[in-house]
Design a protein around this ligand. Structure first.
Ligand SMILES: Nc1nc2c(ncn2[C@@H]2O[C@H](COP(=O)(O)OP(=O)(O)OP(=O)(O)O)[C@@H](O)[C@H]2O)c(=O)[nH]1
Ligand SMILES: C=C(OP(=O)(O)O)C(=O)O
Length: 204
């Protein structure tokens, strides 16, 4: 099925990705958080079955590279679920939410997951821990976001079928260890560049 609308929540600002240290492998947490989101957006934009991409953010001045053709919604209410709901209630047709911290995600993972949502009609894919959610989708456009700790079980209780995620779809980055996992799968170009931008200090 083509014509999906995909929402990508991106907190932005100084409090994003607070479980990472302020400096990760020499890169600032803020730069890394931006890169993680930009790689997620790039994968979704590249998916053949996605017609519309909307970044939902709390941060009015959010700047992400690669936003050509991507819509932006600055939420009024506070919090992840409130932000998603503001947009979701205006949409019709097949819709999904992909969390914005999946730097190993590729367009083929997105297309494959959306095709499986279409078969299930409403489905949820778990994060690497198996307890959170990385993608929530509904063919009928009815998104009932219940993100946050333990969201996989909550989404299932709301009627979404739990499906196995590809390794790259499950590889969310909350901690440095998560970054290692995503790295072993192959990071997207923005995250590679953010980590490579670290200046090398010579001993001499
Ligand atoms: N629009 C929006 N996105 C959010 C909000 N909170 C989290 N997100 C995004 O949702 C995704 C998953 O959230 P988390 O992994 O908890 O991200 P986070 O809040 O930046 O990280 P922590 O501070 O470590 O909890 C990430 O892409 C976040 O940027 C919010 O209040 N509004
Ligand atoms: C918000 C979620 O992710 P995280 O565990 O990364 O905060 C979630 O899984 O619903």
């Amino acid at each position: 099925m083509t014509g999906w609308t995909v929402l990508i929540p991106v907190k932005g600002g100084p409090h994003a990705k607070s479980r990472l240290p302020e400096v990760v492998r020499g890169a600032s947490r803020a730069a890394l958080a931006t890169a993680l989101a930009a790689d997620t957006v790039a994968a979704v934009v590249g998916a053949a079955d996605v017609a519309r991409v909307i970044v939902v953010t709390e941060t009015p001045g959010l700047e992400l590279p690669g936003m050509d053709g991507v819509e932006r919604w600055v939420q009024h209410a506070e919090g992840l679920n409130a932000g998603i709901s503001e947009v979701a209630r205006m949409l019709i047709g097949p819709c999904a939410v992909v969390l914005g911290d999946l730097p190993a995600l590729r367009p083929a993972d997105v297309d494959e997951a959306l095709a499986r949502v279409a078969l299930a009609r409403r489905a949820v894919f778990p994060d690497a821990a198996g307890t959170g959610t990385t993608l929530l989708g509904a063919i009928d456009g009815r998104l009932l976001p219940a993100f946050g700790q333990g969201s996989f079980a909550r989404h299932r209780a709301l009627g979404y079928q739990g499906l196995d995620a590809s390794l790259r779809l499950s590889a969310d980055v909350d901690t440095e260890r998560d970054l290692d996992r995503a790295h072993s799968l192959g990071l997207g170009a923005h995250t590679v560049a953010a980590l490579a931008a670290v200046p090398v200090v010579s001993a001499g």
